[in-house]
Each structure stands twice: as structure tokens, then as C-alpha cells.
Design a protein around this ligand. Structure first.
Ligand SMILES: Nc1nc2c(ncn2[C@@H]2O[C@H](COP(=O)(O)OP(=O)(O)O)[C@@H](O)[C@H]2O)c(=O)[nH]1
Ligand SMILES: [Mg+2]
Length: 278
């Protein structure tokens, strides 16, 4: 390391450490066409770190699609600069803040149209450690799942220590509520770190998905289960964001309570039998 050569105490580089922790998949899995969709709203400080960590992963065909909602802090311009420097990075600029779900539907649709075989969804705030991606992909390919979830609530999953009692309880309650109401056996039903097969996403009818925030995750899971795709969860260490602020709002929390009720009413239509909208 340069710092050792210069005789200074070596400080670990968090990005290099991250890439080194990723597992190497066998060929041809390591050459899979994966697109990571990164929704951003005011993530100027986090974006260069996560982009570099993603590009350093041992996945040769991994591409990044940043979906920015005209962030006031200049994240969009920064993303353009990164796209100019790295051929595997692209940017979608949206007019204004319309929420996480809208950004994902837009980004995922574009990734599919551009020929991605696998689509990763993850936050840009480093809560979802990029080094898990090869493992998520390997699990998807080995198990034949339609989606693999990076889960906080399966054995071995770890929740950020910084999370206070209130946030832990809210998350536990949201999971319990959704699992009971919709009868789905996914332990981390609000998780936002996932890898999808392109065929599964195509089958979900993304144009029909209209929830945002945590409800977006719930709606996507419900559609996946109702349409008969296999869901697998693998443990991750979920980290609290170190830079910037969460965009979780009261509106998002209300939506999380109401959307599962609406989804339950519409289950036949979502399931694709086409006869009953519930
Ligand atoms: N494009 C876009 N990204 C968003 C929006 N709201 C949140 N994000 C991004 O979605 C990810 C998760 O948001 P965050 O505020 O960390 O939510 P939390 O993890 O639930 O607190 C981050 O990368 C945000 O920058 C939005 O309205 N539009
Ligand atoms: Mg976050």
C-alpha cells in the first residue's frame, strides 16, 4: 500500500476492503449481465464510494444505472461525471422527487430494455454492502429462485447497531403486519436489497406497480409470490447510513400501513388469473 511505502501507518481503505470481501464466482457466472439500479436523492457524498465499490466487484459485466430525481445537492451532475469516466455507469434524470418506487420502476424497465439478465436493487447510502452481490447472484443461479433477498431477519442476518429501539420495533411490526395480512412467508418483507431474474421482473407487470417506499418492496414480493416464483433469503449485515439523511417520511409510513390492505383486495388480479379484480 502506498501509505506503507511512504512509511506512514496504513489506514484501511474501506472500498478496497469491501471488494476483497466479495466471493469470486466461477465462470460463466462471473460474466453474467447484471445491472445495479441505484435510486438517488441527495446522495452526493455516498455515490462515488458505492460506484467504485460496485465497479471493483469481480463481476465483469456488471453495469450501474443511477436513477436521480433532480437532487438539490447535485447528485445528478456528479453521476453524469462518473458516467463520463466509467463506461459501465449510466444515469437517468427524472424531473423531481417522486419516491423510491417510481425510480425503481423506471430504472428496472430501462435495465430490462437494455438487455440485463439480472437486476440488483439497492440503496445508494451504503446500508446494503455491495460485497454481497456475487453471493446473491450465486444463490439465485444455484437455487433457480426468481429473486434473492439480502435479509436482516434470517439466521445470520445482522441489523445495524445504530438502529434505536423505535426503528427496530417499527421494522419488526411492519414485517409481522404484512406477513399476517398477506400470508407471505418472507422474513424480511420490507428489505430493499435484492437480485432479480429478468424473466421474473417481466412477469410482474412493472407498469401496474404503483406503491412507493417500503410498500414498493412489499408489493413486489406479493406479486412474485402470487405469480409462483421462488423467493430465497440470504443473511446480510445491514448497516446504518453514515453520511446524509434518510428520506423516510410520515407519508411513507402511512402508505406502508394501507397498501397491504389494498394488495389483499386485489390479489386475484395481481395473481394473473384475469377474472376477478377482487
Ligand atoms: N430517485 C429517488 N431516490 C430516492 C427517493 N427517496 C429515497 N431515494 C433513495 O432510495 C434509497 C433509500 O432511501 P433512504 O432515505 O436511505 O431510506 P431508508 O433507508 O428507509 O431510510 C437511497 O439511495 C435514497 O437516496 C426518491 O424519491 N427518488
Ligand atoms: Mg437508507
Amino acid at each position: 500500500m502506498v501509505s506503507e511505502v511512504l512509511g506512514r501507518k496504513a489506514t484501511p481503505d474501506p472500498v478496497i476492503d469491501r471488494a476483497a470481501k466479495a466471493i469470486a464466482l466461477p465462470s460463466p457466472w462471473c460474466d453474467a449481465r447484471v445491472t445495479v439500479v441505484l435510486p438517488t436523492y441527495n446522495e452526493a457524498e455516498n455515490l462515488p464510494i458505492i460506484v467504485r465499490a460496485l465497479l471493483d466487484l469481480p463481476l465483469t459485466e456488471l453495469r450501474i444505472l443511477v436513477v436521480d430525481d433532480n437532487s438539490p445537492d447535485g447528485t445528478g451532475e456528479l453521476a453524469d461525471r462518473l458516467a463520463g469516466e466509467h463506461e459501465r455507469v449510466e444515469v437517468v434524470h427524472r424531473k423531481g422527487k417522486e419516491g423510491l418506487g417510481r425510480a425503481y420502476v423506471d430504472g428496472m424497465t430501462r435495465a430490462l430494455d437494455a438487455g440485463a439478465d439480472f437486476v440488483v436493487q439497492m440503496d445508494a447510502d451504503l446500508s446494503h454492502p455491495p460485497e454481497y452481490i456475487p453471493q446473491l447472484l450465486g444463490t439465485l443461479l444455484a437455487t433457480g429462485a426468481g429473486v434473492v433477498i439480502g435479509s436482516r431477519y434470517v439466521t445470520g442476518g445482522v441489523l445495524a447497531q445504530e438502529w434505536g429501539r423505535h426503528r427496530k420495533l417499527l421494522s419488526a411490526w411492519a414485517n409481522f403486519y404484512v406477513q399476517r395480512l398477506l400470508s407471505i412467508r418472507i422474513r424480511d418483507v420490507t428489505a430493499g436489497f435484492k437480485i432479480w431474474r429478468a424473466e421474473t421482473l417481466r412477469d410482474l407487470d412493472l407498469t401496474e406497480v404503483n406503491s412507493n417506499g417500503y410498500s414498493f418492496q412489499v408489493e413486489m414480493n406479493y406479486r412474485t409470490v402470487l405469480r409462483g416464483h421462488k423467493v430465497v433469503e440470504v443473511p446480510i449485515r445491514f448497516e446504518e447510513r453514515q453520511i446524509g439523511a434518510s428520506k423516510m417520511s410520515i407519508a411513507v409510513q402511512w402508505e406502508s400501513a394501507l397498501v397491504p390492505l389494498r394488495l389483499r383486495r386485489r390479489r386475484r388480479r395481481i395473481g394473473g388469473d384475469g377474472h376477478n379484480s377482487g
